[in-house]
Design a protein around this ligand. Structure first.
Ligand code: 6PG
Length: 243
C-alpha cells in the first residue's frame, strides 16, 4: 500500500500536509535556491491554502524563493467561478499581501491547445530539467470519485501522452476543456502529495490504496513518481481501507 497519513478530520489532514510542505520547501531552497510547487485545484485544497496563508504558518516558508504553478486549469477566464487560478488567488495569494509568491496563471484566453503549449514553454524556461523534463519540488494532487487526478480523466487521450508535459483535455464528460500536467511531468516530481478528504472519496481511495487489483483503471493509479509519493487522508476518506 502506498505511503499514507490518516488524520481525524480535514483540519488535521491539511496541518499534517502543511508540516511536510514546510520541510520539503526548505530543503529545495537550501539545495537549489528555489522551490517550484504545482498546486491542485478543485475544492479540497482551499482549506490547505488558507492555512498556508495564515500568520502562524506563512512565516514558516521562504516565500521569496517559492514559485507557484497550477497542475491543471479549467479553460475559463481567470475571474470565473470555476477557475483554479481564482480559487488559489482568493484562498492563498490575496491573504498574503506583499509576501505573496508568483502564481503562474494558465493563459486560458489563448484557447486550450495554445494555453497548454504556452504553459509548457514557460515551465521549461523556469525549471531546471533533468533529461528534458522539469522536476517540480512539490506537486499537490486531488482525487475525483472517478479516480481522476489533475485533469487526467478516465478514457481521455491525455492518459497516453508520453512526450508533452502539459496538454489540453477535451471530453464529453467535461463541461469545458481543461489544461493539465501529463504523467511524464507529474511522475518527474521530487515529491507528490495527494490530499483527499470526505466519505464520498472512500470507495475510490480503497480501490486505489487497498489490496484489490482493479485500481489500474483509475488514472490516479498511474501516478508513480521517481521521488516521494504520499497520500494525506482524513478518516472518512480512509474509512474503507483495510485496518
Ligand atoms: C480540478 C482538480 C481535480 C480535483 C478533483 C477533486 O481542477 O478539479 O485538479 O483533479 O483535484 O476533481 O476535486 P474536489 O477537491 O473538489 O473534490
Amino acid at each position: 500500500m502506498a505511503a499514507h497519513v490518516i488524520q481525524t478530520d480535514p483540519a488535521g489532514t491539511v496541518a499534517a500536509l502543511a508540516d511536510v510542505l514546510v520541510a520539503r520547501a526548505a530543503d529545495a531552497v537550501q539545495q537549489r535556491g528555489v522551490c517550484h510547487i504545482a498546486l491542485s485545484g478543485g475544492s479540497t485544497p482551499e482549506q490547505l491554502y488558507r492555512l498556508l496563508a495564515s500568520t502562524e504558518w506563512s512565516v514558516r516558508f521562504q516565500w521569496p524563493a517559492i514559485q507557484l504553478w497550477l497542475g491543471d486549469e479549467r479553460c475559463v477566464p481567470a475571474d470565473h467561478a470555476e477557475s483554479n487560478y481564482r480559487m488559489v488567488q482568493s484562498s492563498l495569494i490575496d491573504r498574503m499581501g506583499s509576501n505573496a509568491p508568483p502564481l503562474h496563471r494558465v493563459r486560458t484566453e489563448l484557447g486550450a491547445e495554445a494555453a497548454a503549449v504556452d504553459y509548457q514553454r514557460r515551465l521549461l524556461a523556469h525549471l531546471p530539467a533533468s533529461q528534458h523534463i522539469p522536476r517540480f519540488d512539490i506537486i499537490l494532487l486531488g482525487l475525483g470519485m472517478d479516480g481522476h487526478t489533475a485533469s487526467l480523466f478516465p478514457d481521455t487521450a491525455v492518459l497516453h501522452e508520453r512526450e508533452r508535459l502539459v496538454s489540453a483535455v477535451a471530453s464529453p464528460q467535461l463541461a469545458r476543456a481543461r489544461i493539465t500536467f501529463t504523467y511524464p511531468l507529474i511522475n518527474a516530481g521530487r515529491a507528490v502529495y495527494f490530499l483527499v478528504t470526505g466519505a464520498e472519496k472512500a470507495p475510490v481511495v480503497a480501490q486505489l490504496l487497498g489490496p484489490s487489483a482493479i485500481n489500474t483503471r483509475f488514472p490516479a493509479a498511474h501516478i508513480a513518481p521517481a521521488g516521494e509519493l504520499c497520500w494525506y487522508l482524513d478518516q472518512p476518506a480512509a474509512s474503507e481501507l483495510p485496518s
